[in-house]
Every structure is written in C-alpha cells, then in structure tokens.
Design a protein around this ligand. Structure first.
Ligand SMILES: [Zn+2]
Length: 153
C-alpha cells in the first residue's frame, strides 16, 4: 500500500534531476536511508556478530537451565539439609530472565537484518525518519529513532 503511494512522488522528484546525468546516477544508488554501502556492511557485521554471540549465550543459558532442573531434582529428597536450595531458586530466576532477554535481543537482531535485506534499515519504524548513525553503531538493532524510543520509555 505504502509503495503505491510513494511511487508517484519519487517519479516527480527524479524528473527535474534529468538535467544533470551524474545526479540521477547517484539517486539510483541511494538507499531509503542515507547510510552508505560501507556503513551498511559494517552495521551488518555488527548485527551478525551480535547474533552469533547471542545465539551462543542462549545455548549456554539453556544448558544452565537444564542443569538447574536436574540439580533441583537431586536435592529435592534432601531439601532441609541443603543450604543451596534458595540460592539455586534465585539463580534459576536470574538465568531465566537472561534467557528471555537474550531471546528478545536475538529477535530484534533478526528483525533488523530483515529490514536491511528489504532496504528499510536505518529508518524509524514509528516516524519513518532516519535513525542517527551514531545510535545505530551503538544499537545496530534499534528499530526506532532516539526521540521515538524515548517516547516509548
Ligand atoms: Zn522516530
């Protein structure tokens, strides 16, 4: 739907540029956001690195959760004499929180990579403005520009 609405505007914008051939060639290469190919490649590298690390973290934490479950089973018969009982429960809830945060983080990274593939990367999901490069370098998975992100908070 948005595509159809945007197309006439783009055609109208490109026709005055016909006078200068070098400019229209540039326009072809321009992504929806002003990020250069090199910047996009570097941000993609950040996202893919983060995705790999987060994936490994999820594996590790999932293993730990499994270990907690079996540790609990082992101590269940001897609960009163086990001083580690409450600690285990606390650690288990911490680990569980890390696991859900990591899964959410991974989903955000995957969504950012999808936006990149579709050429929508770097544009705020709420207002459509460009997300500042400095913000993307710190949070390459950011779906919102800084002002929209602050409004959500
Ligand atoms: Zn925004």
């Amino acid at each position: 739907m948005t595509d159809i609405a945007e197309r006439p505007t783009r055609t109208r914008q490109s026709s005055p540029a016909k006078g200068s051939p070098s400019k229209s060639t540039d326009a072809k290469l321009t992504a929806p956001s002003k990020l250069t190919t090199r910047q996009l490649a570097s941000l993609r590298g950040l996202l893919e690195g983060d995705r790999a690390r987060t994936g490994m973290l999820i594996d590790t934490v999932t293993d730990e959760m499994g270990a907690f479950v079996s540790a609990r089973r082992d101590t269940a018969t001897d609960d009163e004499h086990d001083p580690e009982g409450p600690t285990l429960a606390f650690e288990r809830s911490q680990t569980s929180a890390i696991l859900s945060q990591s899964k959410q983080h991974l989903a955000e990274i995957a969504a950012a990579l999808t936006r990149m593939d579709e050429g929508r990367y770097g544009l705020c999901k709420t207002c459509g403005n460009e997300i500042a490069l400095g913000r993307l370098q710190v949070r390459p998975q950011a779906p919102l520009c800084i002002s929209c992100a602050e409004r959500v908070r």
